[in-house]
Design a protein around this ligand. Structure first.
Ligand SMILES: Cc1cc2nc3c(=O)[nH]c(=O)nc-3n(C[C@H](O)[C@H](O)[C@H](O)COP(=O)(O)O)c2cc1C
Length: 331
């Protein structure tokens, strides 16, 4: 599980940093990998409303967003936005990044491309302000709501603290550490308590990516779904990406992943519930000790088009997901 922290305060020892570091440390205790982006000081230019993203699905501004931060947001299971209240909204540093996520909004709402992780990605807001007004966090919460929607994340948690001004003072607010621990439990348990399914192919560039995308769309967050390759390619097969985009499925910014890395990073504490192996070597069980199905869908051995391959994978995936859902629901 990958948790991405977006830190919006310019103060390196400030309250937002404290909250975010505590949150991420708890996530790591529960087995997640984490990464922090301190937005202050990065080369992120404001959105210029060029509307290229709404028509073509990418932002032409060349800076730290493309492809680095966009890729991290797409990869994240949980995105944590931490910001001070500046004039009743998030800081300017955070707002610039949020505005640039109009690119995801354009892909989702103008180009009608669905992120397969929309059913499982979660968004968390951590915010602090100096005053005590009733409406102090209204602006921040509203902006976070629409930000999380644009990046296809469910707004899962909002922890906000009033009357906090001096750098680091939030550490002394009674109950803050407990709030964070409980929020992390809810966020992580929503993912880790689900059964998990791993699609394995040779390169993780076509079949397993396609299968994982279809499976995520079918399972809608009820099953944790990942893909990996024995010897991963550098990037996803272009024809696969284009084919899925024509079907309204958005896998841009995803990367093939090595099975060894995936096992070390995602399954340190418990094994996947099931593996679907699509490699040509049907004798080798990729993850010993885990229930494995072998799917004979090897394009190298078949004279087949992407469309036929996709149709076969889609049918098998739909049957698999409904089978798994009824198995796991019935206990
Ligand atoms: C430019 C600026 C604008 C601010 N606007 C507000 C505000 O509208 N309401 C408020 O309660 N606090 C406001 N504050 C105070 C900060 O929200 C507060 O000091 C917070 O604890 C800073 O968090 P940090 O340590 O993570 O930077 C503002 C501070 C600055 C520097």
């Amino acid at each position: 599980m990958f948790v991405l922290g977006l830190q919006g305060s310019p103060r390196k020892k400030g309250n937002s940093v404290y909250l975010l570091n505590r949150f991420l440390a708890e996530c790591e205790n529960k087995g997640a990998r984490t990464r922090v982006i301190h937005m202050d000081g990065l080369d992120i230019q404001p959105c210029r409303e060029l509307v290229v993203c709404e028509k073509k699905g990418f932002c032409p501004i060349k800076d730290d967003m493309e492809p680095r931060i966009y890729g991290l947001i797409r990869k994240a299971d949980v995105v944590v936005l931490a910001s001070p209240v500046f004039f009743y909204n998030v800081s300017a540093q955070a707002k610039i990044l949020i505005d640039r996520c109009q690119m995801f909004w354009g892909r989702r709402y103008k180009m009608r491309l669905a992120d397969p992780d929309a059913g499982s990605r979660q968004g968390v807001l951590l915010a602090v302000g100096a005053s005590g007004g009733k409406k102090l966090f209204d602006g921040v919460n509203l902006t976070a709501h629409y930000f999380f929607d644009a990046i296809s994340a469910r707004f899962a948690e909002s922890l906000t603290y009033k009357k906090v001004e001096a750098a680091g003072a939030v550490a002394s607010v009674p109950g803050v550490d407990q709030d964070i621990r409980q929020a992390v439990d809810r966020v992580m348990d929503a993912v880790l308590n689900n059964p998990s399914l791993v699609f394995v192919s040779e390169k993780d560039a076509c079949r397993s990516q396609m299968a994982a995308a279809y499976a995520k769309m079918a399972a809608q967050g009820s099953i944790r779904i990942l893909s990996a390759g024995i010897d991963p390619a550098g990037e996803i097969h272009g024809a696969t990406q284009d084919f899925l985009a024509d079907q309204g499925v958005d896998i841009k910014y995803r990367q093939p992943r090595a099975l060894d890395d995936l096992m070390a990073e995602e399954f340190k504490k418990r094994s996947p519930s099931q593996v679907i192996c699509m490699t040509s070597d049907t004798a080798a069980v990729p993850v010993p000790g885990v229930e494995t199905q072998f799917w004979d869908i090897d394009p190298a051995q078949k004279d087949t088009s992407v469309a036929l391959l996709a149709e076969e994978i889609h049918d098998r995936v739909d049957a698999l997901i409904s089978d798994l859902q009824s198995r796991y629901q019935s206990g």
